[in-house]
Design a protein around this ligand. Structure first.
Ligand SMILES: C[S@@+](CC[C@H](N)C(=O)[O-])C[C@H]1O[C@@H](n2cnc3c(N)ncnc32)[C@H](O)[C@@H]1O
Length: 210
């Protein structure tokens, strides 16, 4: 397999190291992670290579990208750490992952919510709440709109271009995402500003009502 023939995301290549540094700072040395919307697989392979104590389960909605994730995993020789990618449409609840894993210590999802209909947000939050182990966290990465933070010109232009290409797409208001997460039992517990006006957000389970 020629690596140059695989789908490739220049943005993932730029952001994989800053994201990895946040994951290393936030997560313990060992664990199991589910990746949602793995895309071409550059993230999962980079994280697996640099987080040797973690096992990864990539997922994707696009069959062509599933093949790309698996090819990248094989090329990197990471098959013991990265399971074959599974098909997953976050909007089809409950998620049918068909994996032996019962609960994941972390779920990672980058750049999905603005490139999918709004219903994908509820799908992501409810599905993640279903698949997280006790004490686990959903970690999302991407651009968002925030009421009290001026939107950068770059994100304004990106939002306009997304909406022009697909009316159901576009940057999401973080407050709306947080409200949807809360309905699924997840709370925004960390917000980290990342390069290029992106946010890395950590979502944890609300304590059960007493
Ligand atoms: C912009 S790409 C991000 C890929 C990768 N996470 C990254 O950051 O490089 C968005 C990804 O979301 C996937 N996607 C779109 N709708 C989806 C859905 N309903 N369920 C799961 N994945 C979806 C697409 O196939 C695509 O790979």
């Amino acid at each position: 397999m020629n690596p140059d023939a695989l789908p490739f995301s220049p943005a993932a290549e730029r952001n994989k190291q800053p994201i990895l540094e946040r994951l290393l700072a936030r997560l313990p040395a060992r664990g199991s992670a589910l990746e949602i919307a793995s895309g071409p697989g550059q993230h999962v392979v980079w994280f697996a290579k640099n987080m040797p104590g973690w096992r990864w389960q990539p997922t994707e909605n696009d069959p062509a990208l599933i093949a790309a994730v698996d090819a990248r995993t094989r090329l990197a020789g990471l098959q013991t750490q990265v399971q074959p990618a599974r098909p997953l449409d976050v909007m089809r609840l409950p998620w049918q992952l068909d994996t032996p894993e019962l609960g994941f210590d972390a779920i990672f999802c980058a750049n999905l919510l603005h490139i999918a209909p709004w219903a994908a947000c509820a799908g992501l939050m409810h599905g993640a709440a279903q698949c997280l182990a006790p004490g686990g966290a959903l970690i999302t990465y991407g651009p968002f709109l925030e009421h009290n933070v001026p939107t950068s010109p770059g994100n304004q232009a990106f939002d306009a271009s997304l909406r022009a290409s697909q009316s159901a797409w576009g940057l999401r208001q973080l407050d709306d995402v947080a409200q949807t997460a809360q309905a699924a039992g997840l709370r925004l517990s960390e917000r980290h500003a990342m390069p290029a006006n992106n946010l890395l957000l950590v979502w944890t389970r609300e304590p059960a009502p007493t």
